[in-house]
Design a protein around this ligand. Structure first.
Ligand code: GLN
Length: 494
């Protein structure tokens, strides 16, 4: 089959069931595409022989009629997920050489569903960043970059996941989203990225960044694949005390339901200075699409939106400074022995092992948590977080879902924001509020910038109402008819 890379996961499952293709054939096509797109730096470790073993096992189960929902589907795994026997570094030098003895809950669910692991995927160091530039392996490159122009950012922190799904070097990929790390790279690479409700996917075995915000989710080429992958990833887990025991709503039915009669909130605070005019236009276009499909648009107010970024950039670094205290050169990864005392070894290991952005977050977080400043920063940020959550609670008494832009701009050139952390942090302006409130959100590719780069629309819904998200996302996808057309994709995808 020549167009094998063009199949969505749903289509590939059908082709596998009908024996039109085999899992081994599909996996080999992706191994070829990984080879072809290596210049995008999407993978940090390729596990091709493991992939072929898993594909052979899938073919056996398919032949025996025991196929799971993701049977034979090639999956890329963000390097933040612990994978048993496969080095897991969180793209940090400090974790180089760390090979977990156990599998994360989420990836385990994917393998139980029949998924085939292609390898570990590039991301920002400890998932801190918006351009994949803080990775110890160098940045992933956006496949929409032109052949002769500058390399564009794939977004971050899950930049490699978005680059690989968009360029055809994985069919689906895992990501994590603490402040936008699934939705922003998905928007910049023209694919679908979903952050589930906090608690929907277990955090067990995912390298922790900010534990009250971190959530795993799917990267896919379309909305139906997103639902399929999320159903497999999600589930209650006793090993994560914040994992929720709440049944997943019927996402398949939701995607059939349309939006007739739904109330869609349009938050007035999401018009920002300096926003790309093409994004404003796309947002208005999205509103018309939903209205034409029978939804009612309701202007809403989320008055504390402007505090979301400052609040996030206190809480996330505070939690990070505490989570990252465990990397001391004793228990995991790399160690630098200098001086002779234990303290000197800690200092040398952490100085050499962490990159600049991670050190910046540790310092901000430690400061915000220190005795004299705790009330003024950390406690205040927690109070503001509650106000932001209350804004959403109030909004969802009036509306079923909220429509916003996903990012304030299309993909930017690598390097241009690297020396200006505040400009980089502004990338998360539309995505961070959902993490603070714990609610689910999706980014759906919906149009192009003037330069022909992808732009996304974001749909938000109340906690555990992923059905609402997929209901609206499916309608947007049908209306937008977005074409995934990156220049630097594998030949078989173009
Ligand atoms: N860009 C944000 C940050 O740097 C979000 C990262 C994420 O969601 N992991 O913190």
């Amino acid at each position: 089959m020549s167009d094998i890379l063009k199949l969505t996961a749903v289509e590939a499952r059908k082709a596998l069931d009908s024996k039109a293709i085999s899992a081994t054939e599909l996996t080999n096509a992706y191994i070829g595409a990984m080879d072809e797109t290596r210049g995008l730096n999407a993978y940090v470790a390729e596990t091709q022989s493991k992939a072929l073993e898993m594909a052979a096992a899938s073919d056996k189960r398919l032949a025996e009629g025991k196929a799971g929902p993701l049977e034979g589907i090639p999956v890329g795994v963000k390097d933040l997920f612990c994978t048993k026997g496969v080095e897991t570094t969180a793209c940090s030098n400090i974790l180089k050489g760390f090979t977990p003895t156990y599998e994360s809950f989420v990836t385990n669910q994917l393998w139980d569903a029949g998924g085939v692991m292609l390898g570990k995927i590039n991301c920002d160091e400890f998932a801190m960043g918006s351009a994949n530039e803080t990775s110890a392996f160098g940045p992933a490159i956006n496949p929409w970059s032109s052949e002769d122009g500058p390399d564009l950012a794939a977004g971050g922190s899950s930049g490699g996941s978005a680059a690989s799904v968009s360029s055809g070097s994985s069919l689906i990929a895992t990501g994590t989203d603490t402040g936008g790390s699934i939705r922003q790279p998905a928007a910049l690479c023209g694919i679908v990225g979903m952050k589930p409700t906090y608690g929907r996917c277990s955090r067990w075995g995912i390298v922790a960044f900010a534990s009250s915000l971190d959530q795993a989710g799917p990267f896919t080429r379309d909305v139906a694949d997103s639902a399929l992958m999320l159903e497999a990833m999600a589930g209650h887990d006793k090993m994560d005390s914040t994992s929720a025991d709440v049944a997943m709503p019927d996402l398949q039915a939701a995607m059939q339901a349309g939006v007739k009669g739904l109330k869609i909130g349009i938050p007035s605070e999401y018009v920002m200075d300096g926003m790309d005019p093409a994004i404003l236009k796309l947002w208005e276009q999205g509103q018309s699409w939903l209205k034409d499909a029978g939804a009612e648009l309701v202007e809403i107010s989320l008055p504390h939106t402007k505090y979301a970024l400052p609040c996030y950039y206190i809480i996330a670094p505070a939690e990070a400074s505490s989570n990252l205290a465990r990397y001391d050169g004793v228990r995991y990864g790399s160690r630098v022995d200098e001086g002779g005392s234990l303290d000197e070894m800690y200092a040398a290991t952490r100085s050499a092992g962490f990159g600049d952005e991670v050190k910046r977050r540790i310092m901000i977080g430690t400061y915000a948590l220190s005795a004299g400043y705790y009330d003024a920063y950390y406690l205040k940020a927690q109070q503001v977080r509650q106000l932001i959550k209350t804004d959403f609670d109030n909004a969802f008494t009036q509306v079923d879902a909220i429509l916003t832009p996903a990012t304030p701009s299309a993909a930017f050139e690598l390097g241009v924001k690297q020396d200006d952390p505040v400009t980089m942090y502004l990338n998360d302006v539309f995505t961070v509020p959902a993490n603070l409130a714990g609610i689910p959100g999706i980014s759906v590719p919906a149009g192009l910038s003037e330069a022909g780069l992808p732009l996304g629309l974001q749909v938000l819904a109340g906690s555990f109402r992923e059905d609402r998200i997929y209901q609206v996302a499916k309608t947007l996808e049908e209306a937008a008819a977005f074409q995934l057309n990156p220049v630097r994709a594998a030949g078989g995808l173009r």
